[in-house]
Structure formats: C-alpha cells, structure tokens
Design a protein around this ligand. Structure first.
Ligand SMILES: Cc1ncc(COP(=O)(O)O)c(C=O)c1O
Length: 416
C-alpha cells in the first residue's frame, strides 16, 4: 500500500489556510466542489497572461492555445484511461449530458426505453427524462432504503429488449454509495443498450478505467477533483463519430471538436491539465518509479483510498454515537469499500439547514438539502423537511478535522 503525504497535499491548497470566526476552515463540502492547488491557479493565470487567444489562428498565442487544449485532452485521457480524441470538454457535466441526450434522441423511436436510478443526481436523470418528448419511456430503478444501495434485482427487471440506454452513477453524491457499475454496463450491453456513467462524485476518490468498464460514455466534472469549473465527457470513438451532435456548420466535424460546441473555457482547460498533474504528483510522491502519468494517477488513488477510508471510519463511528442522529447509507465498515467518504445524516428536532449553519459559524463547511439528488431525498421521505446534512471528505481533510466536526455536533445536540 502506498502512503499519502497529507501534509504535502494540504500545503498545495491556499484555500485551506482560511479562518472563519477565529476557527481554521474545514472543507467538508468537497462533493459540491473541491478546492484547487496553487498549480491549478498558476496554470489558469499563466494561460490568461501569456496564451490568451482563440484557436486555430496563424500566430503564437493561438498556437499555444491549441497546444494547451490538446494537452488538456491528453491529461483527461490519462485520468480516464482512454484516447485524447475520446474526451469532450464543456461547461459542466449537466450541459454535456443534455447535449448527448439530444444527439441520442435523434436515434430513438417511440416506445424505446431508457433506465435511470433513484440514487442519481438529477443531472443523470433530467437529460434522459427529456427524451420522453421523443416518445421514449423512462424507467427508474429503486434503491434499498436501509443502506441506500441500488436495488440490482429491480435494475435487472427494468432492463429489457426495448432498453436503449442505461444511465447510472458511479457513486452517489448524496450518501456515497459506489454502484456495481461494471455489472450495470454488462446488463445494458446484454440487451444491446448503451451505458452512460456519471462519475462526477467518484472521480476524486477512486481510479477510473473506461476500457475495463466498457461503458459507452462517462462524464465527470474537474471542479470536483481539484480543478476549475468545467465538465468532461468520455465517449467511445465509434459513438462520438456516429451520433450527430447539434453544432454550427463551420465547426470541424472531427472528434472531439464536433461535440465541443462554441469556444471552450481555455483557462479552465489549462487548469484541468494542472489538476490531473496534481493527482499524478500525489502518485509520484507515493511511488517515485511510476512509469508514466497514467501509472502515477493509479498510484495516487492507491494512496488516497486507504487514507480516505480511515477518515470515514472515524467519522461514521463517531456519528453513530450521537444521540438522535439518523444515518443514511452504508454504515457497516465491512462494506466501506462500497462507499466514498461522503455521508448524509439528520439530527432529531433540527433541520439540516440549522445544523449546517451551526457548523458553518464554527468554520466547518457542510451541505444541507438534496444537492440535486432529489429522487433520493424524495424516496427517503426527507425532501419536504430540508433533506439531509452532507459531510463530504476528500484526501486533504484530516483526523483532527473529523474530530472537530464530531465535537461540534455533540455540542449542538447537547445545547439545543
Ligand atoms: C454525482 C453528480 N452528478 C452530476 C453533477 C452535475 O455536475 P455539473 O455541476 O458539472 O453539471 C453533480 C454535481 O454536483 C454530481 O455530484
């Protein structure tokens, strides 16, 4: 097992030095967006200072822009385990997924079916529900409410010979469940359907290999893995080539350009490359012999995973001792390899907003509400009463921070 150099990691993130009301800030809001290392900030500033231009011009800054965008594609390809021309960038995952669903909709006919889940963020539901306008039937897979895992038997029932696409999350941004994605892809392919994976929440926590997964599409958002506010989509080359995206006529018909409609966020993509390089650097520090960037990225996740797991073990053990606390999701440490370090709770007699506000005043940043995983909060019966409180850890968090959160929650239930 390789070890994570947490101190080095923390030193890369200027935002972690902030204070709130005299308390060091604790960033447990990672599932909503992570902080960025200085190298990402530098890459974005440097782009704007030295290379700012539109693409494909016959002059230096434009050529540099072309190079930087090509490097960003190559970096994302190393992160996901594919080729650079199979990476499509866009403003965010939601916009990319709507664009893809519109293109897929052109191939559908009335009565074709699409399968979504109740565990997913609405960005992996609404774009597929939009296909109802074209006569598609959308089916929704249920969860096991006891531990917020996907009901795989229900999924097997919902997928049939009319299914054209199965959309599943790699991991839940709300309760942290990691789904059996490879099995879902297999079931989709068994009936000739496409498999779309939303890896937005999973990407900062675990390695992704789209070739091994064999998924047709996989989307993620660099701002959830230490990069700027952008989105990225992997698509198998044959699909990106065959499907017809809506695009302007003068834009290239090559992939991935035909999918990258309009001018991209160039400084953001310079930052994406730097974010991937930051992850690779974690791996190189753990395993200096890593042969290339992909190997270094895999080494980084080998170091990140056990560390995050030990953090969440401490967190969940402490939470389960708090009187009046309801815990949503996988709580048995035996199954912690099936969850990310993202947990959702409620405290008796307090709305999640009240709890988040109390913590926020002590410099501890958590989220309250549904975080757009609205099918889940509805299914769990908490949508009308403020949703849940989400505590989301990433590798720059510490045991000490977890201890501070547990102490603050214990104080909250004692005082109020
Ligand atoms: C699991 C998951 N999917 C999709 C999204 C939407 O991503 P974006 O903000 O890039 O559109 C989010 C954002 O919170 C998410 O957590």
């Amino acid at each position: 097992m390789s070890t994570l150099d947490v101190e080095w990691c923390r030193a890369q993130f200027p935002a972690l030095a902030q204070e709130v009301n005299g308390h060091p800030a604790v960033f447990f809001d990672g599932p909503g967006g992570t902080q960025v290392p200085q190298s990402v900030i530098n890459a974005m500033c440097d782009y704007l200072a030295r290379s700012n231009a539109n693409t494909h011009g016959a002059f230096t800054t434009s050529r540099r822009s072309d190079e930087i965008l090509a490097e960003a594609h190559a970096a994302m390809a190393d992160l996901l385990g594919c080729d650079a021309d199979e990476i499509v960038f866009g403003p965010n995952m939601t916009t990319l997924t709507f664009a893809l669903s519109r293109a897929i909709g052109r191939e559908l006919k009335a009565g074709d079916e699409v399968v979504v889940t109740r565990l997913d963020h609405d960005a992996n539901v609404a774009p597929w529900r939009a296909l109802e306008e074209r006569g598609a039937v959308v089916r929704s897979v249920d969860i096991n409410p006891d531990d917020c895992t996907l009901d795989m038997d229900d999924l097997r029932r919902q997928v049939n010979e009319r299914t054209k696409l199965v959309a599943v999350g790699y991991a839940s941004n709300s309760v942290g469940t990691i789904n059996e994605v490879a099995e879902v892809v297999r079931l989709a392919h068994a009936v000739g359907a496409l498999a779309f994976v939303d890896a937005v929440h999973y990407a900062p926590h675990g390695p992704i290999d789209v070739r091994t997964l064999e998924c047709d599409f996989l989307a993620c958002s660099p701002y959830k893995f230490f990069g700027p506010h952008t989105g990225a989509l992997y698509g198998k080359r044959k699909h990106l080539t065959r499907l017809l995206p809506y695009k302007v006529r003068p834009a290239s018909d090559e992939i991935p350009d035909r999918w990258e409609t309009g001018t991209q966020n160039h400084e953001g993509l310079a930052g994406v490359r730097a974010a991937v390089n930051y992850i690779a650097e974690i791996g190189r520090r753990a395993v200096p012999s890593a042969a290339n960037r992909r190997a270094a990225i895999l080494a980084a996740y080998d170091a990140i995973r056990p560390y995050e797991r030990s953090l969440v073990e401490k967190l969940i053990a402490g939470l389960l001792e708090i009187p009046g606390l309801t815990f949503y999701g996988i709580r048995d440490p035996k199954h912690f390899d099936r969850r990310t370090p993202t947990v959702a709770i409620r405290l008796a007699n307090h709305t999640p907003k009240e709890t988040a506000t109390f913590l926020g005043e002590r410099g501890i940043f958590t989220w309250d509400g549904n975080y757009y995983a609205v099918n889940l909060t509805e299914r769990l019966g908490v949508e009308s009463s403020g949703g849940m409180l989400r505590i989301g850890l990433v590798h720059y968090n510490t045991y000490d921070e977890v201890g501070r959160l547990l102490a603050a929650l214990n104080e909250f239930v004692r005082l109020y």
